[in-house]
Ligand binder design. Structure first.
Ligand code: ZN
Length: 313
C-alpha cells in the first residue's frame, strides 16, 4: 500500500476539544489557565511540532477559550520548530495574537452556502474575501495565517458539498494570500472514497497550497478517512487527545479522532510522527480527570498492541 514515510499531527484538543466542555449543570467548563499551560508543556515534550492552543473568539461566546492570550503569554518562548496556532474569527483575533505573542492564526469558513447565507448573509467566498484585512495585519506583524474550510465534504444543510463550491472557496483563500488550507469534516459526514477523490483533486489542481485534514469521528469513519487522505498524498492531520470535542453547530457531533489512536496506528504502520504515544496517553488520562469524564479513545482503553506481546501465557 502506498503511504507516506512520515506525517505531521497537529494537536487540537486544547481548542477543538476544550471549547465544547460543559459541567454537570450544562454550563461551560473552563479549565484553569495553569492546567492548560501544563498540558501544553506536556504536548511539546511529547514531540508535537504543531499545536492549536485555543481561539480568540469573543470570550462571552466561547468562555472556555477566554484565556487563550494568557496561555500563550505564560508558555513564553517555545522551541523554534514548534508552531502554536490559534483560531480567529476576524481582525480583532489578529490583534489579540499580536498582543500576546501568538505567531500563527487560522480563519474558518463554512463550505455550506445555505449556512452562510442564512447566518451571515453572504456566500463563503464573500466571507473569505472579507479576511483580506486579517491577512494584511498578520503579514505586517510576521504572523503566519492559514484558513480552514469546514464541511467541504458534506453538511447537514445541503448533504454532499459540490466540488465546485470547495474550489471557489480555495480560490478565494488563495486570492487573499492564504495558501495553507485545512479541510475540516466538522459534521463527521465524510466517507473514504469521497475523501480520496477530493484530496487527489485539490492536490493536483492547487499545487501551491499546503493542506491539513481535520476529521471528526462522529460516525466512526475518521480513521478510514485519514487512511484515504494519506493514499491520496496528504500528510498533515489534526487530532485531539482522547478524542475530546464536538461541534456546537452540529447535533450529536463527536470529537476529533483521538490523537493516541492515530499515532498508534501510524507507529504500528511504520509511519513516523515524532510523537511519543505513551506521553500522549498520559496527557489524555490527565485531561480526563480535569474534565471529569471518560474520553473516547480506543488505545486508552486497550493499551498499545505492542504491549500485549508476550502477555498471553
Ligand atoms: Zn473540529
Amino acid at each position: 500500500m502506498k503511504l507516506p514515510e512520515s506525517v505531521k499531527i497537529c494537536e487540537v484538543g486544547l481548542r477543538d476539544g476544550l471549547q465544547n466542555e460543559k459541567d454537570q449543570d450544562g454550563n461551560p467548563l473552563v479549565l484553569k489557565t495553569e492546567d492548560k499551560v501544563e498540558i501544553l508543556k506536556g504536548l511539546i515534550d511529547a514531540g508535537y511540532k504543531v499545536i492549536e492552543v485555543g481561539s480568540f473568539m469573543h470570550p462571552k461566546k466561547v468562555p472556555q477559550m477566554a484565556d487563550t492570550d494568557e496561555v500563550v503569554k505564560k508558555i513564553g518562548e517555545v522551541p523554534a520548530d514548534v508552531e502554536l496556532r490559534a483560531l480567529i474569527p476576524n481582525v480583532r483575533g489578529v490583534q489579540r495574537a499580536i498582543e500576546c505573542g501568538c505567531k500563527k492564526v487560522k480563519l474558518n469558513v463554512s463550505a455550506s452556502r445555505m449556512h452562510n447565507l442564512k447566518n451571515l448573509n453572504r456566500t463563503p467566498e464573500e466571507s473569505v474575501a472579507g479576511f483580506a484585512d486579517c491577512v494584511k495585519l498578520s503579514k505586517e506583524n510576521n504572523i503566519a495565517i492559514s484558513g480552514s474550510i469546514s464541511m467541504p465534504f458534506a453538511s447537514p444543510w445541503e448533504g454532499r458539498t459540490p466540488v465546485e463550491d470547495v474550489d471557489a472557496i480555495i480560490e478565494a483563500y488563495l486570492k487573499v494570500g492564504i495558501n495553507e488550507i485545512s479541510l475540516s469534516d466538522a459534521s463527521g459526514m465524510a466517507v473514504p472514497n469521497q475523501v480520496y477523490d477530493l484530496c487527489e483533486h485539490v492536490i493536483k489542481k492547487y499545487p501551491d497550497a499546503t493542506w491539513w485534514l481535520h476529521f471528526h469521528n462522529t460516525r466512526g469513519v475518521a480513521m478510514a478517512n485519514i487512511l484515504a487522505a494519506m493514499q491520496a498524498g496528504m500528510t498533515q492531520f489534526d487530532s485531539s487527545f482522547g478524542g475530546l470535542g464536538g461541534c456546537p453547530f452540529v447535533p450529536g457531533a463527536a470529537g476529533n479522532i483521538s490523537s493516541e489512536d492515530v499515532i498508534h496506528m501510524l507507529d504500528e504502520s511504520g509511519i513516523k510522527t515524532g510523537i511519543d504515544v505513551l506521553k500522549v496517553m498520559a496527557i489524555s488520562r490527565k485531561v480526563s480527570e480535569l474534565v471529569g469524564h471518560k474520553l473516547d479513545s480506543y488505545v486508552l482503553r486497550a493499551g498499545r498492541s505492542k504491549d500485549l506481546i508476550g502477555t498471553q501465557g
